[in-house]
Write a protein of this length. Structure first.
Length: 222
């Protein structure tokens, strides 16, 4: 198996090759998850104008989940929908790079802008039928602050009511969602979560403990 440095060198060449193959309507991005810097994972990118990202920007949600537990089994995700903050609809694929022990060390992502093809769906239906994900497209963030905001919004939608109206069990559900998504790997995420959910730092730690205990209990039943 190739060494890590060789894998990343090869992946960087693939970034350029795929960009040349698919043209300027497809962003090709490479994340390095080995450097211990959870907020600046992009080490190579072509056609960053698609999402507005550049080298040194932060992780996608999928990258954050991989950082949360690199030893978990994460399958490559192919041909699913994402969207940018300015409304572009993207057809995305995610391929994980792994070390000799199978741990995730990097991510190669392809994000093709299909906004116009969606608008012309009747004539280009065959292009879009391969999409495997019919859920609401995930938003690709350009920095970790936007990513944290997006994850908090998703946790609130998951519960189904404003944070100010949630009871304790509902807040724990939302916080467990954030924990599972890796939100607390983001610097200063705790104060932001406390502010949104109207809880203290002590209460957040208590809810996190309960959320993790609940997750472990449910996992033992499988």
């Amino acid at each position: 198996m190739m060494k890590q440095s060789e894998q990343f060198d090869f992946a960087k060449r693939m970034v350029k090759a795929l960009a040349a193959q698919y043209g300027d309507s497809s962003e090709i991005v490479l994340h390095d998850l080995t450097r211990g810097d959870h907020e600046h994972t992009v080490i190579a990118i072509e056609n960053g104008h698609i999402t507005g990202r550049k080298i040194g920007d932060g992780p996608s949600r999928i990258a954050l989940e991989a950082l949360q537990d690199a030893e978990e089994t994460h399958s490559d995700r192919l041909a699913y929908l994402t969207k940018t903050r300015d409304g572009k609809i993207l057809k995305s694929s995610t391929v994980f790079l792994r070390d000799e022990k199978g741990r995730i060390i990097g991510i190669l992502g392809i994000n093709s802008d299909i906004t116009l093809t969606i608008a012309m769906e009747n004539s280009l239906h065959s292009y879009n039928t391969s999409l495997q994900d019919t859920h609401e497209p995930e938003t690709i963030s350009t920095n970790v602050a936007d990513l944290l905001d997006s994850l908090i919004e998703q946790s609130i939608r998951m519960v189904g009511k404003p944070a100010s109206l949630m009871d304790k069990s509902e807040k724990i559900r939302a916080i467990r969602y954030l924990s599972d998504a890796g939100a607390f790997l983001i610097t200063k995420s705790g104060p932001k979560v406390c502010q949104v959910f109207g809880i203290s730092k002590y209460t957040l730690y208590s809810y996190l403990d309960e959320a993790r205990q609940t997750g472990e209990d449910s996992g033992n039943g499988n």
